[in-house]
Design a binder for this molecule. Structure first.
Ligand code: ADP
Ligand code: MG
Length: 682
């Protein structure tokens, strides 16, 4: 017997060279191999009489070799082997190209199982390069449901197949984690059978059942993990805050808070004065005023003698929050500083020294905050903004810099409920369901190229009225293949030929942090009229004087992304507009964009986006910190996620503290899953 943790080199036929190929698939141990699940199956169980074989439909059949295979050397590098086979219904000519193996193996008068597709013409039917096995061999590629594995260069499906078969014979699959009652209740296969059957299913149905079990298992581990995290937090103790006087903060605000903002602040006060660490998500549509909720939390943390950290995904946003919050909080006696990757090493060192010495009360920054070099004097509150851009682990790495600090996460992307379970399953939620007063919905239009002159005139009109415009392009640089508007060239065209008298600025993600900041700051100060940008402006940017957004090639974006982009306008008192351009003619695409024009309800847009494009967009492009599911596909298996979540709640209630072998195994798997999630981070 071997152990799951043994390297795959214990298998025969896998030396260092083969092991390297497996490594390219992240397969190092027997467990990795057993958990390398097929991506599809081919049903080769049925044997079909030759006369019933259909052209171009690969199938299995049993036949006898009717003559000695003859190999002809056609030219350099091309050998042709021909042989005739037959069953009781029909004869069939087989041709093999450069296949010494076939030539040497197929013996006159013997029976084999073949798998291949016939091709036919008026001369007769024939088959090229079928695979074959002897009837007395263990079925490997014929007479079975064949798993099709994800592969990599140099590694054949057969090689994986053989390795997996050996591994399953040598060691027990991962231990059972689901108690029998739960398995029964949800109609789930036992672990051992599932791991066998996912690789060696007796039928397509069994493959499905195995897959169902393993998907359920992954989601179950994940949900139970989140539930345990939540439970363990609830047991933690922190000194409750005592100073609850927010009056000076309220007095310093330039506006009255909305009811929703007030409610959110009440919620978080409840958390902060309770004596266990806060774990709250504030979810509010773009422009609902989440920053001030964060500011209130930071104010309380600092006035109770602790430090607070606000982490944001981009430098632009960090800069902007720094500007807003230092203006608001410095007069209230709070020291605010900024920590981003683009500071000089010397600046970073100074900022870090002041954080470590406790001279800084509130630090705003990018993921530079989670770097090991950042040490806090007494971190009492961690806030993450635009949380969907971060992973669970980044959040917890920042939290680890304090001793059980309070946690406030904020997200503007409305997340469909099912996905919220994955991303925020360990949090309590407050929804900001109200926009500050005086906001008019942004009018949105979809147009094609024939409107170009009118779009330009519209931009000009907004600028002449003292407002500013965004023009968003899907790409940074010109790309020969795709006819997309590229920010760089489009900015140049607008400046040189369309608006020579206006100030056109350019912003994209490939620019240096400092350059981006300079452009953004200038735009906020109204030193530019038109900002041509990529989606870097999607997140959080706040310039209330901008009243028009043109989104070029809008069909290239997801609906939620469009919604985020559109949220950059309509932030001030003036009426705002969003114009989508597209030369896409696909009716479904146009339908989708038209639907977007008609609604400003972020949650509805999010649900629609999930339906159309799957959950990828919600996690951002980096997907960092997202658990790596091996079988589960978030696009397809959301219903199972829900069921597994329910089951995990039951499990926690019944077995949360028990030490059955299943519970032990589950705890181990939870730890592994969350470790793997961390592995995906840079
Ligand atoms: P979010 O982060 O939720 O998208 P912000 O916090 O950036 O929104 O706020 C959007 C804009 O609304 C900012 O310009 C902010 O100053 C303003 N704002 C926030 N709260 C209020 C309020 N209660 N009344 C008026 N304006 C507000
Ligand atoms: Mg914001």
């Amino acid at each position: 017997m071997a152990k799951l943790s043994d390297p795959i080199t214990v298998l025969s036929g896998i030396g260092p060279a083969k092991a390297k190929q497996f490594a390219a698939l992240n397969i190092f141990t027997l467990e990795d191999l057993i958990c390398h699940f097929p991506r599809a199956y081919e049903d080769r169980t049925r044997l079909i009489p030759i006369e019933k074989l259909e052209t171009d439909c690969p199938a299995c059949f049993k036949a006898t070799v009717m003559n000695t295979p003859r190999t002809a050397h056609i030219r350099k590098g091309l050998d042709l082997t021909k042989v005739q086979v037959a069953d009781h219904t029909e004869r069939l000519n087989l041709t093999f190209f450069n296949n010494k193996y076939a030539a040497s193996q197929l013996q006159y008068g013997k029976e084999y199982i073949f798998y291949g597709a016939v091709s036919g013409d008026f001369i007769g039917y024939s088959m090229t390069n079928p695979i074959f096995e002897t009837p007395d061999s263990a079925p490997l590629t014929t007479r079975r449901v064949l798993p099709i594995y994800p592969l990599t260069a140099g590694l054949s499906n057969n090689a994986v197949l053989k390795a997996v078969r050996q591994a399953l014979a040598l060691c027990d699959p991962p231990a059972e984690i689901l108690p029998p009652e739960l398995r029964q209740q949800y109609g789930i296969l036992p672990a051992e059978r599932a791991y066998q059957a996912i690789h060696e299913p007796a039928s397509m149905q069994e493959a499905e059942l195995a897959k169902k079990r393993l998907i359920f298992e992954e989601f179950f581990i994940f949900s139970a993990g989140l539930a345990l995290i939540r439970a363990s937090r609830a047991e933690k103790r922190t000194a409750p805050y005592v100073n609850r006087d927010l009056t000076p903060f309220y007095n310093a605000l330039p506006f009255r808070l909305t009811n929703a903002q007030q409610r959110a602040i009440d919620d978080l006060c409840g958390d902060l004065f309770r004596g266990t660490p806060m774990n709250r998500l504030v979810q509010g549509d773009v422009g609902s005023g989440k920053t001030m909720v964060a500011a209130a939390a930071a104010y309380l943390a600092v006035k109770n003698g602790h430090q607070a950290a606000l982490m944001v995904p981009t430098e632009i946003l960090a800069e902007q929050h720094y500007a807003t919050l230092s203006k608001l909080l410095t007069p209230l006696g709070i020291t605010v500083c900024l920590l981003t990757g683009s500071l000089t090493p010397k600046q970073k060192r100074q900022v870090r020294e002041s954080i470590e010495a406790g001279q800084t009360d509130l630090v705003i920054g990018t993921h530079a905050l989670v770097s090991e070099a950042t040490v806090f004097f007494d971190l009492g509150l961690v806030i993450t903004d635009e949380q969907h851009r971060f992973g669970v682990d980044q959040r917890s790495r920042l939290s680890a810099k304090g001793s059980d600090p309070h946690l406030l996460v904020m997200s503007a992307t409305p997340i469909p409920r099912t996905l919220a379970l994955i991303m925020y399953g360990d949090l309590e939620v407050t929804v900001l369901d109200e926009l500050p007063p005086g906001r008019e919905p942004v009018d949105t239009f979809l147009v094609n190229e024939s409107y170009r002159a009118r779009i330009n005139a519209f931009i000009r009109r907004h600028v002449s009225e003292g407002h500013q415009c965004y023009v968003v392009c899907p790409a940074v640089e010109e790309n020969g293949e795709l006819d997309l508007k590229a920010a760089e060239t489009w900015a140049e065209t607008l400046q040189k030929t369309v608006f020579p008298d206006l100030r056109v600025a350019l912003l994209h993600g490939q620019m240096k942090g400092a350059d981006k900041d300079a452009v953004m700051t200038a735009f906020a100060r109204q030193e530019a009229d038109v900002l041509v940008a990529t989606t870097v402006i999607e997140v959080g940017v706040d310039v209330p004087n901008a009243t028009l957004m043109v989104i070029e090639d809008a069909d290239r974006f997801g609906l939620s992304q469009l919604h985020q982009l559109r949220g950059r306008v309509g932030r001030g008192k003036a009426k705002s507009y969003c114009i989508l351009t597209s030369h896409n003619k696909n009716p479904e695409t146009l339908q989708r964009l038209k639907a977007f024009c008609k609604t400003t309800d972020g949650f509805r847009i999010a649900e629609e986006d999930l339906r159309l494009r799957g959950p990828g967009d919600f996690f951002g492009s980096r997907q960092s910190g997202l658990p790596v599911f091996r079988v589960a596909n978030l696009n397809l298996d959301l219903q199972t996620l829900k069921t597994a979540q329910e089951a995990s709640v039951q499990w926690i209630e019944r077995y949360g503290t028990s030490d059955t072998p299943e519970a032990e195994a589950l705890r181990r798997r939870i730890a592994e899953l969350f470790r793997r999630a961390q592995g995906t981070m840079n």
